[in-house]
Design a protein around this ligand. Structure first.
Ligand SMILES: [Zn+2]
Length: 370
């Protein structure tokens, strides 16, 4: 009777335990990390709070919330930030998604600072984009890597304008309206077979001077539309428009709607210079079926050879990786000197320089193919 009882007792013990006795008798392994947590649970609770809190913070701080208007135009140092791609850019698979906004000085619009103070002492077009994740999968590269290069702010200096127009290859020139040399430079560029755009001045968050023909939210629709039409008429041979500055106006739906209505009527394309990550211009253009694309790289936020070189190489890298990339530069002496050397070498580097209109068509057909 004893033995069965003992067996029963052993069995009872075993049933109540999670494992066989020999295992149970082994010294229990003590994870030093867990022991430390037991003694001082604060780090663990911090980790838990972090794991719950970070996604919550990210969720609550989307691209719009993350960036206040005050932060957008003026960041003292050119800090690269990678906010999530604007939704419309992801959907449309344009090569732009995120931005870096700096406060680089405005190039004298085609003019040397000494001979022409000019109405545009600073430039807030200091945004550098990173290709969107959508583009990597959406874009089908149809041929060799291509870049477009737009030289903005043409019109104040005849000499620098002429030097820019003499650049090698299919550079596109964005001409400021009603400027001393805008019209003649547009004529000259056209004769040289270059593509012309209107560089439409649009209000910026830093309230920097815009020069003649400025589009601002204070204008009534009638005056706004008339101003833009006058700007278009002031630049001969233009095929499209991009924004000069515009960090304020391109965030505003109604004025952008008016811009696109005019461009539709005038059969012009639109390039979003993308001076604010909250620009709605590209989306408004697409909504109106206006041919459009978005700038990826500003070459000369800092007008020094090494900085221009770095940005130009970034442009080429993006073109190699994504198939296409759009750069904007300005008629600074440093930029022109750099491009005089760099552009003739593109061919042997396997990069094609195409006009803005060709780039828009290339992006459109590639997106359509996808
Ligand atoms: Zn400009």
């Amino acid at each position: 009777m004893l033995e069965p009882n003992n067996e029963k007792a052993d069995r009872t013990v075993n049933q109540n335990e999670t494992g066989p006795l020999p295992f149970k008798k082994e010294p229990k392994y003590q994870d030093p990390f867990l022991e430390a947590i037991k003694k001082n649970p604060r780090p663990l609770s911090m980790v838990v709070i972090g794991m719950i809190g970070m996604p919550l913070i990210l969720l609550l701080s989307g691209p719009d919330r993350a960036q206040t208007p005050e932060q957008t135009p003026v960041i003292e140092n050119a800090i690269e930030r990678v906010p999530p791609a604007p939704l419309e850019l992801e959907v449309e698979a344009t090569p732009a998604s995120a931005s870096e906004v700096g406060s680089a000085p405005e190039p004298q619009p085609g003019g040397a600072p000494t001979d022409a103070p000019g109405p545009l002492p600073f430039h807030e077009d200091a945004v550098v984009l990173i290709p969107s994740p959508a583009l990597e999968t959406a874009f089908v590269m149809p041929r060799r890597p291509s870049i477009s290069l737009i030289i903005d702010d043409i019109g104040y200096s005849a000499a620098l304008g002429e030097q820019a127009i003499a650049l090698h290859g299919a550079v596109t020139f964005a001409v400021l309206p009603h400027t001393p040399h805008g019209k003649e430079l547009a004529e000259l560029a056209h004769k040289q077979g270059k593509e012309i755009m209107l560089h439409a001045p649009m209000s910026n968050l830093a309230n920097m001077p815009l020069g003649p023909g400025a589009l601002t939210p204070e204008l009534s629709k009638e005056v706004f539309v008339a101003t833009l039409n006058d700007d278009i008429d002031a630049v001969p041979h233009l095929q499209g428009v991009n924004n000069h500055m515009g960090s304020a106006l391109t965030e505003m739906t109604m004025p952008m709607q008016w811009v696109m209505e005019v461009l539709k009527a005038r059969e012009l394309y639109f390039v979003d210079s993308y001076t604010t990550a909250k620009s709605v211009a590209g989306k408004m253009a697409r909504d109106q079926q206006i041919p459009t694309m978005t700038r990826n790289v500003f070459l000369d936020n800092v007008q020094a050879h090494e900085d221009i070189d770095r940005e130009f190489k970034k442009l080429l890298k993006m073109a190699r990786e994504k198939g296409v990339a759009v750069g904007i530069g300005h008629p600074y002496k440093e930029t022109l000197a750099y491009l005089e050397q760099a552009l003739p070498l593109l061919e042997e580097q396997g990069i094609e320089l195409i006009t803005a209109s060709q780039m828009i068509e290339l992006q459109r057909s590639a997106t359509a193919a996808w």
